[in-house]
Design a protein around this ligand. Structure first.
Ligand code: HEC
Length: 408
């Protein structure tokens, strides 16, 4: 495993910019100074049509899913991947389990979603997949061996988490299963990017997280379909690059819907060059996150109305993902980033005490002094990639259960 410096903290100046070879994108901007522009370039890149002109699958749908990755023996790339690897959204399940007093939960895998609960999948590109496979981060014994090491994904790694709703209501075959869609059922694929899952059911894409390792602590962006009823609730929507209205304030009442995120000429120009399912024109950037706090120390929040539904007010992509960590037994040290004591998702700065304890009684105040002898590390950070501690196959028990993240 490559040992590189990945000290967590507020210091983010060691920015290395890798050039994406995105056919659709102009030269990417500095991710820290133009995160919204970069977010859109990534969106158009990961959603590029695999067979241009046909609508069809988006590039990310051909990447390795969590199901493909967290196997006892993952396949070599290119992975023969299932059409859609959907599972019940883990975060909401984690939040629910915690509220019942259980620290950890197992993801319940289902072939499809109901109208009330969208389905979820994670996909990663070759670079991210090969890193996990080469470093054996897909099993608990692999994590035990990686304990104490420093993880650092290759700069061209990309990961996507997507949420889908059934196109046709599971309760009424004449109705849409997508909250916020009022058009004709037959027109769904004009308005939403639609794909068929392994159970043969058609699903419409409603939400998408995209992260890239272009900076040490990754870039963080989340997109929503324009019709999502709670799109800008609680935190508002912020997109100075792509939306004509750079900031949309949240409605006082939730679930009321928002006006379309009319695109700026700059973004329209990127779309015009992209080889993409035309339905992707109906998606909005909700926002990006580049740091744990503002320069004045306030917690930065970003959450998707679908993916982080129920805790958007307490959602910081970066802080929660900094807690993607495992102990010397290869087990996650938190229930999906929810604090065991407060039962809340962590926001704001990363705390040294999440990873190390001091034997002398002095608390491990950040920043930890390098070489401080009384510190014991009890959690190894998984470079912000939550699926590693969350989905690793537990090969330390017999019989070996399937990964909690495996699809059908
Ligand atoms: C409270 C914790 C929490 C918050 C907040 C959160 N995530 Fe996650 N995220 C997780 C967990 C846990 C997983 C793995 C399980 C799963 O797929 O749900 C995950 C998975 C992901 C993945 C798949 C790759 C990976 O890390 O495994 C991406 C991409 C992602 N999240 C992006 C985001 C973005 C972007 C935001 C902010 C808009 C965000 N997350 C907010 C906990 C969180």
């Amino acid at each position: 495993m490559r040992k590189l410096i990945s000290t967590l903290g507020v210091c983010l100046f060691a920015v290395s910019i890798s050039l994406l070879n995105a056919a659709s994108a102009a030269e990417p901007k500095n991710p820290m100074n133009a995160p919204d522009e970069l977010a859109w370039q990534l969106f158009l890149q990961v959603n590029a049509s695999v067979q241009p002109g046909t609508g069809g699958n988006a590039l990310f749908e051909t990447w390795a899913s969590d199901h493909d990755t967290f196997q006892l023996q993952p396949q070599p790339w290119p992975v023969k991947t299932a059409p859609l690897a959907l599972k019940v959204p883990a975060l909401r399940a984690a939040a629910r389990a915690l509220s019942k007093g259980h620290a950890f939960q197992t993801v319940q895998v289902v072939p499809g979603a109901t109208d009330d609960e969208p389905s979820e999948e994670t996909r990663r590109n070759k670079e991210a997949y090969n890193y996990i496979v080469a470093n054996k981060l897909f099993t608990v014994s692999g994590l035990k061996a990686a304990f104490g090491k420093t993880m650092n994904f290759p700069v061209d790694s990309l990961e996507v988490k997507a949420n889908w709703y059934p196109v046709v209501s599971t309760k009424d075959p004449k109705k849409s299963g997508i909250p916020g869609y009022t058009g004709a059922l037959a027109d769904t694929a004009k308005v939403y990017h639609v794909s068929t899952a392994s159970d043969g059911v058609q699903y419409a894409l409603v939400a998408m997280h995209v992260i890239s390792k272009q900076v040490p602590n990754w870039t963080w962006a989340t997109f929503e379909h324009k019709n999502n009823p709670s799109r800008c609730d609680i935190l508002g929507c912020k997109d100075p690059f792509g939306a004509a209205a750079a900031y949309v304030a949240p409605n006082p009442a939730s679930g009321q819907g928002y006006a379309d995120c009319k695109k700026t000429p700059a973004l329209a120009a990127l779309y015009a060059k992209a080889k993409i399912d035309p339905a992707f024109a109906n998606y909005c950037l909700k926002g990006t996150q580049t740091d744990f706090t503002t320069a004045t120390g306030q917690a930065v929040r970003l959450g998707n109305s679908v993916t982080e539904n129920g805790f958007v007010n307490q959602s910081s992509c970066m802080t929660c993902h900094s807690r993607a960590a495992f102990d010397h037994m290869g087990k996650a040290t938190t229930g999906g980033g929810f604090d065991r004591l407060t039962r809340l998702a962590s926001i704001g700065p990363v705390e040294a005490s999440w990873f190390a304890a001091s034997t002398s009684g002095n608390p491990p105040y950040a920043p930890i002094v390098v070489g401080q002898s009384d510190l014991t590390q009890f959690a190894t950070q998984a470079d912000f990639v939550w699926s590693i501690p969350f989905c690793a196959v537990d090969d330390t028990v017999s019989p070996v259960p399937r990964s909690g993240c495996s699809g059908k």
